[in-house]
Design a protein around this ligand. Sequence first.
Ligand code: 13P
Length: 256
Amino acid sequence: MNRRYRKTVIAANWKMNKLPGECKPFIQQLKDKAAEAKWCDVVLCVPFTHIASAVKAARGTRIAIGAQNCHYAQNGAFTGEVSCRMLSELGVKYVIIGHSERRQYFGETDTDVNRKLHAALEEGLRPIVCLGEKLEVKETGAALDFIRCQLKAALKDITVQQLRKIVIAYEPVWAIGTGKIATPQQADEAGEAIRDTLRALYGARAARGVSILYGGSLNESTAGGMFSMPDVDGGLIGGASLEAASLISIIDAADQ
Ligand code: 13P
């Protein structure tokens, strides 16, 4: 991480876990650590059904509530979907866009990701845009090219002013939920490729201000090594974010 230029972000992604009633006690446990962690923005991305309780419990704390997905339209005949305007009115500040599970199980394309990104920015939400290669791409040695392509597609017609609101998360698909974490060097290499692409598209100044997170089997024992890398500005954490104690240790590691 490089605190001179950009924020450290620790974002928990609960995925489809826990119940709405679990938000309040969890936030109670987390809030003092979030207040203490001066260098670090703490974000809790919960299922849609949990948002109202989470926002209420997080009021007056330094914990921001995020959603895990959104639709690109403001409203309309999209049964079962949730728009960015709805999220924003509830008090949501962040939204994860293009998570590999959305791409893999729900057929989200790069075009969908780009449309959702525009929609989120329009409503004043901070998007956390996920990129990452599958194992078969990694094995061909084309991982960095693949990430660059995903990034360019996601950022189509995004302006330099809009880029300031965006957080990028590098989440190699082979590392998600597998216990097979990327090495800090691999994560940093991907971070560097992402930043180089941003520099080519938006210039050096804009590129160095973007926080690039790592996600995939990150836990309290691996967080410190990961966050010591120059192009890893925090984490997007799945499994290890379900226990307040491990999330707190990860925040500690990021706030050193
Ligand atoms: P795990 O930390 O469970 O591997 O999940 C990572 C992730 O997908 C966060 O978005």
